[in-house]
Ligand binder design. Sequence first.
Ligand code: TNX
Length: 529
Amino acid sequence: MRPRLAAAILVLFTAACSSRTPPRVTPKAVPAQVDTMPLPLLPFPRQAERAAGEFQFTQATVIYAEGPFSAGARFLSDHIGLAFGAQPPRVEPLAQEPADGSVVIRRNTPLKNVGAEAYELQISSTGIIILADEPVGAFYGVQTLRQLLPPSFEYEALRSARRNPPPLMLPALVVRDSPRFVWRGAMLDVARHFLTVDEVKRYLDLMALHKLNRLHLHLADDQGWRIEIRSWPNLTVVGGSTEVGGGPGGFYTQAQYADIVKYAADRFITIVPEIDMPGHTNAALASYAELNCDGLARPVFTGTEVGFSTLCVEKEITYTFINDVIGEIAAITPGPYFHVGGDEVKALTPGQYLGFVDRVQSIVQKHGKQMIGWDEIAPTNLLPSSIIQHWRPKTTPAEAMGKGVKVIMSIASKAYLDMKYDASTPIGLTWAGIVNVQTSYDWDPATAAEGVPPASVLGVEGPLWSETLANIRDFEYLAFPRLAALAEVGWTPQPVRTWEEFRVRLGMQSARWTALGLNFYRSPEIDWR
Ligand code: TNX
């Protein structure tokens, strides 16, 4: 054995032995390191200050909520469950001034000027107060409070088993918070590999914990059609029957989709449906022969090449089809957006592409939605309300800026969650490079694309393409920790955040994520605690 290694082992061994016989020290009232550790909040708030004292959460603590804020109160009570009492904390409407020792969620109208998502959280020895102008702000205040509660509360089993632990102490502090960007999104590619409704709900839960507010569902691609369209039933019978690698695929009935939309709305997340067109449409072209220029149905596709498929843009039936599909989905989508894809079309002339996007944009408008498209739509005749999702690292949608459109930043070399973390990552792609955690964190969406002024940037979104993924465990592995990094990129003002400080806070998430059963990548860039 080499001497340095032998010495190291001896040190470790001694440390392990001595930890079994702790030295006799008088415990301090408050462990000193608690105050020097950063608050375990992610994304980090705009402003957070520790104060003197602490709040005692006991079995008798009641949560009072002003009318519209009861959703946040319910979430908090459910989250605590039976973790330290025979009953979950009681939720009461706020009628009169509550007694000391309560949790109070109430309206504070001046916060309106900060934005609907703003909140204030005050923890002191006399109580916990969450202030917001809108229910969404109150919900985010509750998420911040949740991150200050013990990670063990994330265990489903613990919440439903009666226990009798000591009161819980929370450090006094004041948080004043509101997000930097309105668009803090994630995208799931359920077309290349299907996820069940419950798996999508789990992703929504993880998003809510990190104050993300848009879930973009990539519902159709060459390899699969994932949403029931009643007027074109073969889309799911044929197009929904497979996925990359030849697995069984699947699709959401409209009732299941509505269930996802509701579950998301309960967490203040807007669902953004995408039907990619005119390319990435083999699943539709296999389902209906008449959508092909030659009138011949294509075979289903389970490979990973891109760019070969296109709807027949010269046929009128194509627009009947698109109108029906967008109409049915728009009718069950309360959010204002409809994503039409528009990427990687290699089988059309620029003129054909332009004419196609024009027509589709007016169909989307007719159904009351704003059109979103991948950045290939930048040269088309966009309405000011349309939105570009910028993804190609070597291009810029600058030419569209004069049209008044806004941009979602999803630059693949920063924001793509399907890129490998390093060369040894067993799943994922590398076409946009290697995206380690620091790369996904250390950038500013406001200045990321040349010629796109900060005022045109709506925010950030992390797409998770699923060509190489087999199941929800794989989705989680590529998404975390990078989606958490993007959540902070989207929420926290640039001057408030640094990679060095973030690394420490990210390392502090491991107990919570483990309690959630999250299959996150333990990146060597992070000192996981
Ligand atoms: C490019 S991003 C695509 C997707 C692939 C992805 C893989 C975009 C608009 N198109 O079809 O799944 O790369 O990273």
